[in-house]
Design a protein around this ligand. Structure first.
Ligand SMILES: *Cc1c(COP(=O)(O)O)cnc(C)c1O
Length: 230
């Protein structure tokens, strides 16, 4: 069995156990394989092992990989986006997790206007209010979500966060919990999700089990699947 297949099974097992600990259905959590700086052959190997959803940080890298890789792959944009790159972003990604200002939402919308295509997006929230980090501040997330919802070709499915770096994954728990509470509040206002289903993209290699316990529906895992990035 390939090492990638083995690691995939382990990660799925850990997700399932974390979900069951809190009475969640493991099928409610999807793994986003974060493949930045991972060679296309390795991505292909993961695809053959059943992984369909991949996350890429860098638009150009993602565009090149998409050209040569399998049609069946679903690509999530998880990196910081520039509004002047909206056209290639829309062409490359199936879902964009990092809408963090109205300018980006409007730039994406402008590339989709007149098409029947709906682009699912997540709103990236700077849940730890860190000065150097991307993401909209929690205090003004409502305004951004309202603005994004008014873009007719965008489907605002939920929130994405990268909490402050912690040595102990337990320290991330309050941030994950705060994110879920924020999403529920926005959901109650009818601003997030589709048919009551709200996406919460949170948790990485070091803390995805805690994120699943706190309600993550998407976990973004790179290192635990592909090994250390060179
Ligand atoms: C790199 C990256 C990840 C994956 O991190 P690992 O610690 O390697 O699992 C997840 N989310 C984002 C936004 C990233 O840039």
């Amino acid at each position: 069995m390939s090492i990638i297949r083995e690691r995939l099974e382990k990660i799925h097992d850990r997700i399932a156990r974390a979900a069951r600990r809190v009475g969640r259905d493991p099928d409610g959590v999807r793994l986003v394989a974060v493949s930045k700086r991972v060679a296309p052959e390795i991505i292909h190997e993961a695809f053959l092992a059943g992984q369909i959803l991949f996350g890429e940080n860098y638009l150009q890298e993602a565009t090149e990989k998409k050209k040569i890789l399998d049609q069946g792959i679903c690509w999530h944009g998880i990196g910081h986006l520039q509004s002047n790159k909206a056209a290639p972003a829309v062409a490359t990604f199936d879902l964009i997790e990092t809408v963090d200002r109205i300018k980006i939402a409007r730039a994406l919308q402008s590339k989709l206007t007149g098409q029947s295509r709906l682009l699912p997006v997540l709103i990236q929230v700077n849940i730890g209010k860190e000065s150097q980090k991307s993401g909209v501040l929690p205090s003004v997330v409502d305004v951004l979500v309202e603005g994004a919802v008014s873009c007719e070709n965008l489907q605002v499915m939920g929130l994405m966060v990268i909490p402050p770096y912690c040595d102990n994954p337990e320290e991330a728990r309050p941030y994950f919990r705060a994110t879920r509470e924020l999403a529920l509040r926005l959901g109650e206002r009818g601003l997030l999700g589709q048919d009551g289903q709200i996406e919460l993209s949170m948790g990485m290699s070091s803390d995805f089990e805690v994120a699943v316990e706190e309600g993550a529906t998407l976990v973004r895992v790179g290192t635990a699947l592909f090994g250390n990035r060179g």
